[in-house]
Ligand binder design. Structure first.
Ligand code: PHE
Length: 449
């Protein structure tokens, strides 16, 4: 039998999975999604989706991975054989691999923005910056395909060189320090925003429920973002689960990760919006939001350049660990099925993803006006396609597979829960998640108006 690596203990698995979950989704995407989707309405739905769909599904993904002990494609295939159903279920794994690569193609471009902000911060370019200057700065970056391309390439090389060496060889140690460090620096940022920003308006913008703002699009975006933020629906968590020992409690680990991930995102949101409202910026600025607002805060606080450099370094690290998990299902599959080495597989897929990333880079400048579908440019199309369709679809299929086709005894064994807790998981996995996802799809495809 092929030797497979494994996490050292529950803690390293938890940190690695948290490392996958915590990334640009929390720090870059959640804040601007909140602003573009009616503030508190989105926050409320997002939290509901994390609890009722995200948590049960994360448990499902881990249990699938741990039971199969293989990459998602072969893993689901052997679980299907064990359950006496068609091995074609394995294509869930194939779809997940593709989804991961598509996400990575734009994720790397945004990771590149973060890298370029590290250098700006280190060179002191935020000192005393005004809101207008900060916006202009960011627009200048977007208008330069060469700069974007350079940083996108650096980010891709960073990601694939770790993947080439095997995921659990060094990163798990780095995670130990860097995730707590990210939290500390966020608290500093939050403290600063609280003292100079408009925390009161930010708080009510994010948490004062305004049900009138709940529209089908907001529901769709919140569900999609719960998947994106928790890394669900494409096999990242499954492949990490496949390296997990038997004696670890899946439920407890999942709940810790989901809480950590959600809290972190909401804290960033609060810090950002109190700056947005204090500086009369637009909450619906879109993907540039944090890159336009944060320099204003850093530029005015004591030791701001130093803190900013540290902050963007930690964000880059968080993005890096997520990016690695986006590529891992594919690389694990190649390594476990072909004679191609991990290094070659990483290089080749890295090149392919990089190339798609080039079109994403251009969609922020030269190709801005090229619309693919529904008036969306290349970046927006990739983002919407993956977050609102592919990830939920992958999640739905995994939930149905585990809930309706696997032997109940096997699932029970993996989850190792009390009877009541098991029934609760079953209810959310078998009914709530599928119904929520299908309802959203019916709307999306225009079947329900
Ligand atoms: N969860 C990551 C983030 O929030 C992104 C991601 C999505 C990673 C899907 C893996 C799989 O940044």
């Amino acid at each position: 039998m092929q030797h497979r690596s494994a996490w050292k203990n529950r803690w390293t698995f938890m940190l690695a999975t948290a490392g996958s979950a915590i990334g640009l989704g929390n720090i870059w995407k959640l804040p601007y999604m909140i602003g573009m989707n009616g503030g508190s309405a989105f926050v409320l739905l997002f939290i509901a989706c994390v609890f009722f769909v995200g948590i049960p599904l994360m448990m499902t993904e881990i249990l699938l991975g741990r039971r199969a002990q293989k990459n998602p494609l072969n893993g689901i295939e052997s679980l299907a054989i064990e359950a006496n159903i068609s091995p074609r279920w394995k294509y869930i794994g194939g779809m997940g691999m593709l989804t991961g690569l598509l996400i990575l193609s734009f994720y790397s471009v945004i990771g590149g923005w973060v890298l370029s902000f590290i250098t700006s911060a280190a060179m002191g370019s935020f000192t005393g910056i005004t809101a207008a200057e900060s916006t202009a700065n960011f627009e200048r970056l977007l208008a330069s395909p060469i700069t974007l391309l350079f940083w996108h390439s650096v980010f891709m090389v960073m990601t694939m060189s770790v993947v080439a060496h095997g995921v659990n060889s060094g990163l798990e140690r780095a995670n130990n320090i860097l995730i707590p460090a990210l939290f500390v620096i966020l608290l500093i940022l939050l403290g600063y925003s609280m003292s100079v920003g408009d925390m009161k308006t930010a708080f009510s913008f994010m948490f004062n429920p305004d049900f009138s703002k709940i529209t089908p699009i907001v529901v769709l975006s919140a569900l999609g973002h719960a998947f994106f933020s928790l890394s669900l629906g494409m096999g990242s968590v499954m492949v990490y689960g496949s390296y997990l020992q038997r004696n670890v409690s899946i439920a407890r680990t999942t709940i810790c990760i989901a809480l950590l991930d959600t809290m972190l995102g909401l804290l960033v949101g609060l810090a950002i919006y109190s700056l947005v409202f204090a500086n009369q910026l637009a909450p619906n600025a879109g993907p540039g939001l944090i890159f336009q607002t944060l320099p204003i805060a850093f530029g005015h606080m004591p030791s701001g350049n130093f803190i900013a450099t540290l902050f963007f370094m930690l964000v880059a690290f968080a993005a890096w660990t997520s990016a690695i998990s986006l590529a891992e299902p594919t690389i694990a599959w190649v390594v476990e099925n072909t004679k191609i080495s991990r290094k070659t597989a990483s290089t080749l897929s890295g090149l392919a993803i990089w190339l798609v990333g080039v079109s994403v880079v251009l969609s922020f400048n030269e190709w801005q006006d090229i619309k693919i579908v529904f008036g969306l440019n290349i970046f927006e199309t990739l983002d919407k396609l993956t977050s609102t369709i592919l990830l939920p679809l992958g999640g739905l299929l995994m939930a149905v597979f585990a809930g309706y086709f696997m032997h109940k005894k096997h699932v029970h064994e993996e989850l190792n829960l009390s009877n009541n807790a098991f029934r609760l998981w079953q209810f959310t996995n078998n009914y709530i998640s599928p119904i929520a996802i299908i309802a959203v799809f019916l709307y999306l495809f225009g079947l329900v108006k």
